[in-house]
Design a protein around this ligand. Structure first.
Ligand code: F3S
Length: 712
């Protein structure tokens, strides 16, 4: 191959973008002006003028027009001037230059010093100085750096096109001069790459052409670099500058490289001229070719891309925030660091990227690596959806009607109603939590996923239920947690299934409401009384875990013992005394006092805590006869008797003790029978008068199987 072109030739990303956008704007507005020449290339400038893109030097000259800020960028004052002049401003500052502006502006916000490695008269440096808020020094060489004063602290940054070897020679000098130096290498690697490639090419060829604007410092530097290696070299601005006898393409190898401001079509023109000079001259006038072929050439070089397309590109530029990738399109693509997945990406790496936007509005192609991962992740989710598999998601954001979860990098919506099998009061509590979800709706076209946690919970519950039912047995004792209370009982979770302790099974004594015995979240030990598999109902008992009070009453309250009780009810024939819940005894009216009383109330009142003596106990009949009188009599002091001087008696009458006792007993029985008959009559009268009120009392008495029923 007699002609070899450098790998990195043609416009750099920043210049390409500026030219493209300026052309578009000129088509849209009819004509536009650029603040300074868009590129350092007279041919391109000339051509742009024919397209309505005219360069001016000041904002005043742009007054009232659409003004383009070129890739070099400008100082903030220029934006203000353009606004004052009533211009519509189109900012095409190269992203790498804009980053440099941000760095110096941020560092110097409180007046700190900035040292810029660059040419003080270069438009980019002039613009960057405008973004510094404190003192600025510019140095173009190590000698100039030596002339700087000693400083306590400063930032060192560089013009994006500053030669890397010169930066390397300046850096140690400034490190010596500044005590606390912050270094930001803002050199654009496109320049260094271009020079490296040119150097390699110059070493391989017999003659060399450097194509670019003679005023461009960049191109000049390229020329000097190559000349040191290949002395037969020419700096040309167009194909017309090539002398006819420059080289013999039949016997010699010719290398061509270009500056960053040289368009592809100029390079092609030079190549064509070198290979087919005569034919070109005869067939097509040069002027016409340039004009007609400008857009055609640009178009011809385009790789067609569309959003969503996956392409392979080469990393050509890297900053802290972005990576620039050459994908063969007219503009290089930018990937934000957060959209980059490959770790340790390096210059020259080939990476697979997805086109997000062909034009992000600033003329950049937006790329993403993360989208490729997302696409793959989405495909996996589709598979899981088809197979009814669960996925893991992390709660990210509360939105109207639900929660957004991140499922393997994909957003999934979980409606509030699907967050739990219970009502969720605060959706925000799920943010940051990892949730197991079931995808219930998936739209591949819209890449929309709706997921449910409730479905997972329900399935788990059903599984637990099945397991729990299989392990349950009537009569078994199990542990459980009280979940909720109702008027008729307490629901208890016994390991995945809920059973009910009916209010009557909570205690051996009468319970009005379950809350008297248990409370929610209380751990209880219960007995399974009944399992109804068909209706899925489990009847539990808590009182069954305790012995029946009447079973142990004879041991606790033996005849003759004195116990404490509480008067809970008074009737005409006596007072009922509760010894413990479920165990009441009766103190008959005749046993209430040592003397005869008319009414039970003369001796005790409801609520009194009293000591009583157990006269008899019948656990089968659930009866305990109690006595206050017996206790008082036991405690009463015996009448004092003197053995020495017995009390004088008129007459000693022998008493048949047995007969008196019998008589007393008969009298007492008659009295009791009479009083009970009166009581029965009164009760009956009351019952007749208030049948409705009395009825539940009777029912309760029956169901409770109390001593009252027996006594009455
Ligand atoms: Fe920008 Fe680098 Fe070109 S800074 S303008 S991409 S040489």
């Amino acid at each position: 191959m007699p002609i070899r072109t450098a790998k990195y030739a043609g416009f750099c990303m920043g210049v390409q973008r500026a030219v493209d956008e300026a052309m578009k704007a000129s088509e849209q507005y009819g004509s536009i002006v650029t603040i300074g020449e868009l590129v350092h290339n007279p041919q391109v400038i000339e051509l742009l003028e024919t397209k309505g893109v005219k360069a001016v030097d000041t904002a005043a000259e742009a007054s009232g027009q659409t003004a383009v800020i070129r890739s070099h960028g400008v100082a903030p004052a220029v934006y203000e001037e353009l606004e004052t002049e009533g211009c519509v401003t189109l900012d095409l500052t190269c992203p790498f230059v804009r980053r440099q502006h941000e760095i110096v502006s941020r560092y110097s916000h409180d007046g700190k010093t900035v040292i810029l490695a660059g040419q003080p008269d270069h438009p980019e440096v002039i613009g960057t100085i405008g973004w510094c808020r404190g003192r600025v020094y510019t140095v173009a060489s190590a000698q100039e750096a030596e002339a700087l004063p000693e400083m306590d602290e400063a930032l060192l940054a560089a013009q994006t096109t500053f030669p890397p070897e010169r930066w390397a020679s300046i850096l140690p000098v400034i490190q010596r001069k500044v005590k606390h130096l912050t270094v930001e290498d803002t050199i654009c690697t496109a320049t260094a790459q271009r020079q490296d490639e040119a150097r390699k090419l110059a070493a391989e060829v017999d003659a060399m052409l450097v194509l670019g604007g003679k005023k461009s410092a960049n191109t000049q530097k390229l020329y000097e670099t190559c000349k040191a290696i290949c002395p037969r070299i020419l700096l040309i601005e167009s194909a017309d500058d090539i002398p006819a006898d420059f080289a013999d393409i039949h016997s010699e190898i010719i290398g061509i490289t270009t500056g960053a401001s040289t368009p592809d079509w100029l390079l092609k023109e030079v190549v064509t001229r070198m290979t087919d000079n005569e034919q070109m001259d005869q067939q097509v006038p040069v002027e016409e070719t340039e004009e007609n072929s400008f857009m055609a050439d640009v178009e011809a070089t385009l790789v067609k891309i569309r959003p969503g397309q996956t392409v392979t590109g080469t990393v050509v530029q890297m900053t802290d925030d972005e990576v620039c990738v050459n994908i063969g399109f007219k503009s290089d693509g930018l990937i934000k660091r957060e959209d980059l997945v490959t770790e340790d990406v390096k210059m020259g790496d080939e990476i697979e990227v997805e086109v997000v936007k062909v034009n992000d509005g600033d003329g950049n192609v937006l790329l993403s690596q993360r989208n490729i991962l997302k696409r793959k992740a989405f495909a996996k989710l589709v598979e899981k959806f088809d197979n009814d598999e669960y996925v893991e998601g992390v709660g990210k954001e509360v939105v109207k009607g639900g929660l957004i979860c991140d499922v393997d990098g994909i957003r999934a919506f979980v409606p509030a109603s699907q967050l739990s099998n219970r009502y969720v009061e605060k959706i925000g509590e799920f943010i940051g939590q990892t949730l197991t979800l079931k995808i219930i709706e998936l739209d591949e076209q819209k890449r929309r996923i709706v997921a449910s946690r409730k479905a997972v919970m329900k399935a788990e519950e059903a599984e637990k239920k099945t397991e729990a039912w299989a392990s349950l047995e009537e009569g078994a004792v199990v542990k459980g947690i009280v979940r909720r209370l109702t008027d008729f009982g307490a629901f208890v979770d016994i390991g995945g299934v809920d059973g009910l302790i009916h209010v009557t099974d909570l205690s051996w004594s009468h319970v009005k409401h379950p809350s008297e015995i248990v409370h929610p979240d209380q751990e209880v030990e219960v007995k399974i009384l009944n399992l109804d598999h068909e209706r899925e109902r489990i009847q539990l008992g808590l009182k069954q875990m305790q012995p029946k009070p009447w079973d142990v009453a004879p041991q606790k309250y033996p005849e003759g013992s004195v116990v404490v009780g509480k008067v809970v009810r008074i009737t005409t024939f006596g007072a009922f005394v509760e010894l413990e819940p479920g165990v009441d005894g009766l103190v008959h009216i005749s046993q209430c006092a040592t003397t005869r009383i008319d009414k039970v109330e003369d001796a005790v009142t409801v609520g009194d805590e009293i000591n009583v003596k157990v006269l008899s106990i019948d656990p089968q009949a659930k009866r305990i006869s109690l006595s206050i009188r017996a206790l008082l009599e036991d405690e009463a002091p015996k009448p004092a008797q003197s053995a020495a001087q017995p009390e004088a008696v008129d007459e000693i009458v022998p008493v048949d003790i047995e007969a008196v006792g019998k008589q007393l007993e008969e009298d007492a029985q008659k009295e009791e029978a009479k009083e009970e008959a009166v009581a029965e009559t009164e009760t009956q009268e009351e019952a007749d008068e208030k049948p409705k009120k009395k009825a539940p009392a009777k029912k309760a008495a029956k169901s409770d199987d109390t001593q009252e029923e027996t006594e009455a």
